[in-house]
Design a protein around this ligand. Structure first.
Ligand code: ADP
Ligand code: ZN
Length: 521
């Protein structure tokens, strides 16, 4: 005898109607089917398992790595009259005993635990005696090495779920590209037909991506125009977080630093300040953000290339959750890409590229192609997540201020050829010198003055080649080695060399600045 989901939505949660696809997922899970829900933050994933857990007999087991979020949810559910508990490291013995008693009695609707507890044998014995309504796996991307936050504990959840064959399982995550979605479904034993992707568009967010020529100043200027608003600035390292937040404070901004090097109380204090203040800029590493509930974040900025498109989407998605206009700015450069490539390659034997490594390179290429792209950012993002692409959005930098594109395919072929002919070991400086016909000692000693590409483009210097190189790196036609500075061909080089793929570049930083001033934006 299960209760009607719509009735629960209205009487327990006080909402009149389901959101698109929410109702569908809830109906399926209530009927005992599995689902993997890929829905962005704020889309309403929690109800997707809370309502079926209440509707079905027995207890819904919810596995979530976010202890703070669990306690928030339990508090809210209890206030709504739902019988539920979280068993975490902070739970007192009395509370835990009460929770397990309710579990045994069949009066507990929801039980929240962290993955490391869910996989403990004592815990599994306890629940094996209980009747489970469903098993919900929150932050399900943690099960996939292809996701952005792999957690080995998550691999133990599959055997746990398999111990309850008739119990529906529902995985939930905000961010996973197509490949990762398939892997999560596979890892959790959910069939691909039961994967639901919903609602990634965030129409109120303006996406802007710029090359970082002088990043600190660029960011300071951008923030200057947004004084008094609350936002997050992501920086790549703790040292940069500390330095930039100090700089902001010196400039009279209300700013705080946040990274994993702070003590637990310091971090909690910073988080609380951020949630309550309406003009605080949080300068942070990616350690900041998960589970923070602040709907009126007005901007999210990145000082450097984030880890992946998923990470970018998730991090920028913290802006404008109230639906009011919000802005994002990402600064990046070829150096970020080179560093990320060598980080991916670290720890792998040369020549033996693993699946994981290959996927990471692909993800990085997708991200840099997105950053270097002159097309609508929103279309690019939605396509990446497997949602049908809409018309150009009119609300991103490239739609608002379309860059003029220059076809540099011929130059690209020359540069790729020169990289190839010189042995794929040298930096852009040497390759450009060879192309320019500079018979310096090195070129002479290496015999590069005898190559067909020597002096092919006498009127171009290294500065002219940089944008072409950057675009080729973005397309994964060139790979730059951060340690040795050498550039080599990537997999996309072939089609460019054959004339099958065009290479275009947007306006370069100086022209862009002029254009912006004229446009008054
Ligand atoms: P997610 O887990 O996907 O980030 P949440 O489950 O926290 O999102 O939901 C985000 C907000 O939307 C919550 O405040 C929730 O109560 C609200 N919400 C969810 N479903 C509905 C609905 N059908 N109608 C109105 N509000 C909803
Ligand atoms: Zn657009």
């Amino acid at each position: 005898m299960s209760r009607d989901p719509l009735d629960i939505l209205q009487t327990v949660f006080g909402y009149p109607a389901f959101r698109p696809l929410q109702g569908e997922i809830i109906a399926a899970v209530t009927a005992g089917e599995d689902r993997l829900a890929i829905m962005p933050t704020g889309a309403g994933k929690s109800l997707c398992y809370q309502i079926p857990a209440i509707a079905r007999p027995g207890t819904g087991l919810v596995i979530s790595p976010l202890v703070a979020l669990m306690h928030d949810q339990v508090r809210a559910l209890k206030a709504a009259g739902v019988s539920c508990a979280a068993v975490t490291g902070d739970t007192s013995v009395d509370e835990r005993m009460a929770a397990f008693r309710a579990l045994d009695d069949g009066t507990l609707d929801l039980l929240y635990v962290a993955p490391e507890r869910a996989t403990m044998p004592e815990f599994q014995d306890r629940i094996s005696r209980a009747q489970l309504a469903l098993i919900a796996i929150d932050e399900a991307h943690c099960v996939s090495e292809w996701g952005h936050d792999f957690r080995p504990d998550y691999r133990q959840l599959r055997p746990l779920a398999d111990r309850f064959p008739g119990v529906p399982r529902i995985g939930l995550t905000a961010t996973a590209d197509k490949v990762t979605q398939e892997d999560i479904a596979h890892q959790l034993g959910i069939s691909e037909a039961q994967v639901v992707v919903a609602g990634f568009d965030r129409p109120n967010i303006i996406y802007t991506v710029q090359e970082g020529a002088a990043r600190t100043n660029q960011m300071l200027n951008w923030l200057e125009d947004r004084r008094g608003r609350s936002g997050i600035v992501y920086a790549p390292t703790r040292a940069k977080v500390d330095a930039f937040s100090a700089q902001l404070v010196k400039q009279g901004f209300n700013a705080r630093a946040y990274h994993a090097g702070l003590t637990h109380p310091e971090r909690r204090d910073a988080q609380e300040m951020f949630v309550t203040a309406d003009d605080l800029i949080m300068v942070a590493t990616v350690a900041f953000g998960m589970g923070i509930d602040k709907p009126d974040v007005r901007f999210v900025a990145h000082m450097a290339l984030p880890k992946s498109i998923e990470a970018y989407y998730q991090e920028t998605g913290r802006a404008g959750r109230d639906g009011a206009p919000a802005e994002t700015l990402m600064l990046w450069g070829a150096a970020d890409v080179a560093r990320a490539r060598s980080q991916i390659d670290e720890g792998y034997a040369e020549g033996a590229e693993s699946d994981k490594q290959r996927v990471d390179h692909q993800k990085l290429s997708a991200l840099t192609a997105f950053a270097a792209s002159a097309a609508c950012r929103r279309i690019a993002l939605l396509t990446y997540f497997g949602e049908p692409a809409p018309a150009p959005c009119g609300n991103c930098d490239n739609c608002l201020n379309p860059p003029e594109l220059t076809d540099v395919s011929e130059d690209a072929v020359k540069l790729l050829s020169a990289v190839y002919r010189t042995g794929q070991r040298f930096g852009l400086g040497h390759v450009a010198a060879v192309l320019a016909g500079d018979a310096n000692d090195r070129a002479v000693n290496l015999g590069h003055t005898d190559l067909g590409v020597f002096g092919l483009t006498p009127d171009k210097d290294m500065k002219d080649w940089r944008p072409v190189q950057q675009q080729l790196v973005a397309m994964d036609a060139l790979r730059a080695d951060a340690r040795h500075g050498g550039i080599s061909l990537g997999p996309a080089a072939r089609d460019i060399l054959r004339g099958e793929t065009k290479v275009t570049v947007g306006p370069q930083p100086e022209t862009r600045k002029r254009r912006r001033r004229r446009g008054g934006a």
